[in-house]
Write a protein that binds this ligand. Structure first.
Ligand SMILES: C[S@@+](CC[C@H](N)C(=O)[O-])C[C@H]1O[C@@H](n2cnc3c(N)ncnc32)[C@H](O)[C@@H]1O
Length: 248
């Protein structure tokens, strides 16, 4: 099982936080904690964030939970380790990683599952998340944009400051079946060095919310989809593992 990772998670990883500077990770983390209080039926405070990226959610969640992070990208993990000294951050693939313990919460946020190649891989990943949950624990998965919300031809721009300059990203969206095909153009200005241009095309897997719920149920969870899950507007799959007082 291999996946070619976008450059943003490899050689451009040091710019990820600048590009994502529009996101309010503190508010998102608080919203996630409220959802956990609402849905979780287990009693502990162990939280696993899969595809944790540079650790921006974990930075807030660690105040109230014992946290572990997993990501496929060495470069993203390097930044997360600088941000979260002492925390357990491991390299792993969401489809195949194995930890010898279970958690009260398993999250995967900001559309990381959109980097998988097929619905069957999404099901494999969800089953793996369920395997790592205690009975009564909750899975929270923020998917990539749903097919009915996707607008082919959409253009978008983001920009941010870096430690030694500025970065801008302009994107153009196309669609091929259930895949979004987004073309990203980056302009990276570095003080005293000039401006570099990087272009890449990133496919994304779009899964309808009803289908995600089916895949969550097939993975052994009691699943539902919250359209207004997080501020991103992409919704949130919530799945509770049967046991600890809940009936299926
Ligand atoms: C858009 S970023 C989201 C990062 C973080 N969750 C956030 O909210 O900022 C997607 C992350 O998914 C990771 N990723 C992509 N495919 C993965 C896989 N198969 N297993 C684990 N992580 C993966 C990437 O390395 C990247 O860090």
């Amino acid at each position: 099982m291999s996946t070619r990772q976008p450059q943003m998670f490899r050689e451009l990883a040091r710019y990820y936080d600048s590009i994502a500077s529009f996101k309010d990770y503190r508010a998102e983390s608080a919203a996630l904690e409220r959802l956990v209080r609402r849905f979780r039926r287990s009693n502990g405070r162990d939280w696993l964030d899969v595809a944790c990226g540079t650790g921006r959610h974990l930075e807030h969640l660690r105040k109230h939970y014992r946290v572990v992070g997993i990501d496929l990208s060495r470069e993203m993990l390097r930044i997360a380790r600088d941000r979260l000294p002492g925390e357990e951050l491991r390299r792993g693939d969401m489809r195949t990683f194995r930890l010898e313990r279970q958690f009260d919460v398993v999250s995967s946020l900001f559309s990381a599952i959109g980097h998988l190649r097929s619905e069957s891989e999404v099901r494999t990943a969800l089953a793996n998340f369920a395997r790592h949950l205690k009975p009564g624990g909750v899975v929270l998965v923020e998917p990539w944009i749903s097919p009915d919300m996707f607008q082919p031809g959409h253009v978008h721009a983001l920009s941010g400051r870096t430690s030694d300059g500025v970065i801008a990203r302009v994107s153009y969206a196309r669609r091929r079946g259930s895949r979004s095909i987004i073309e990203y153009s980056y302009l990276i200005g570095t003080k005293g060095r000039g401006v570099a241009y990087v272009r890449e095309i990133v496919p994304g897997l779009m899964v309808a919310p009803e289908r995600l719920v089916e895949l969550g149920n097939a993975a052994g969870l009691r699943a539902r989809f919250l359209r207004r899950g997080l501020p991103s507007g992409r919704g949130l799959l919530v799945g509770v593992k049967p046991g600890a007082g809940i009936s299926r």
